[in-house]
Design a protein. Structure first.
Length: 310
């Protein structure tokens, strides 16, 4: 079984689930792990052989994207005649290393995607699916808020799902998510961005200053504002439905709805100037200025001025 993609967390989660299924069926199953980047000749054959004490083996192989030549040769040979009593799972994070093996595995067995979801809509779908699997309910707006707060890491997002399901009885709503995760850097940055593009300068400055005083870096603040400005620019003047826009621009439906509402405050000229202001602030907070906090505040004030022009 080939797991392909950079998200190691998804591979480990799949391994854990598979291990549980196999051991439930064959309690005496031996579980072995191999690091393909440190592999020496013969390990694969030795690990997949059943012993006197077990009739089945589960072998988990990691770091295949950095496999040694010895692993490549042994794995190519093994794939031609795999042991019937063994289950072998391989994680390859991407790249061309071991391409011959990857091509062979793709033809002969299942391939599972371990790619990092790039769209927030996919992350929201992941949250909803996790709650369904756990036979719990979460409101769509709560799933969206959770992704906004912790969605930069799939491992953290999954951990947040686990925590909410364990700690919160009944359905999870947006208020619960905000109580647990509203203080996160990502959540704070989105609050700053929302207020800034809405022209609510005082609110945006207040949140940003409080965040930076407590140690929040200026980079994610500017990044969130930039993402918000780009979303507005994408939907500005778009004549299709919200669903069509979500599909075309790779945005979650709630993001499209919000961006379309916010776009009413902006025209082509003000958006162009906003994009330029974000680019300048991004340069400054990444080393171009000795006072990145001032650059964040100047960006917020400029966006407030531009939003007020309409």
């Amino acid at each position: 079984m080939l797991f392909l993609g950079p998200e190691e967390f998804l591979f480990r989660k799949a391994c854990l689930a598979l291990r549980g299924e196999i051991i439930a069926r064959e309690p005496e199953t031996e579980v072995h792990r191999i690091d393909a980047s440190r592999y020496t000749a013969g390990e694969l054959e030795a690990a997949t052989q059943s012993s006197l004490f077990s009739s089945s083996v589960l072998l988990e192989i990691e770091n295949a994207s950095a496999m040694t030549e010895a692993f490549l040769e042994d794995a190519l040979r093994y794939a031609q005649a795999p042991a019937e009593e063994s289950v072998v799972v391989i994680h390859h994070s991407g790249g061309n290393r071991g391409k011959r093996l990857l091509d062979q595995l793709k033809k002969s067995g299942p391939v599972y995607d371990c790619g990092t979801p790039k769209k927030d809509a996919d992350k929201v779908a992941y949250v909803m699916a996790e709650f369904r699997t756990g036979k719990r309910k979460i409101q769509g707006s709560a799933a969206e808020a959770l992704v906004a707060a912790v969605g930069s890491s799939m491992a953290e997002l999954d951990s947040a799902c686990r925590q909410l399901m364990e700690d919160v009885p009944g359905a999870v709503d947006e208020a619960v998510v905000n109580r647990y995760y509203g203080g996160r850097v990502e959540a704070t940055a989105f609050k700053v961005a929302d207020a800034a593009v809405a022209g609510n300068t005082a609110k945006a400055l207040g949140i940003a200053r409080a965040a930076m005083t407590t140690g929040v870096d200026s980079v994610p603040l500017v990044a969130s504002i930039g993402m918000k400005v780009r979303q507005i620019a994408k939907v500005s003047g778009y004549h299709g439905t919200q669903g069509e826009a979500a599909s075309e621009f790779g945005m979650a439906p709630w993001m499209v709805k919000n961006a379309m509402n916010e776009a009413r405050r902006w025209d082509k000229t003000s958006l162009t100037r906003a994009v330029d202001a974000v680019a300048e602030a991004d340069y400054n907070v990444k080393g171009g200025s000795r006072n990145p906090g001032f650059s964040v505040e100047r960006l917020i004030i400029e966006l407030g001025r531009l939003a007020a022009r309409r």
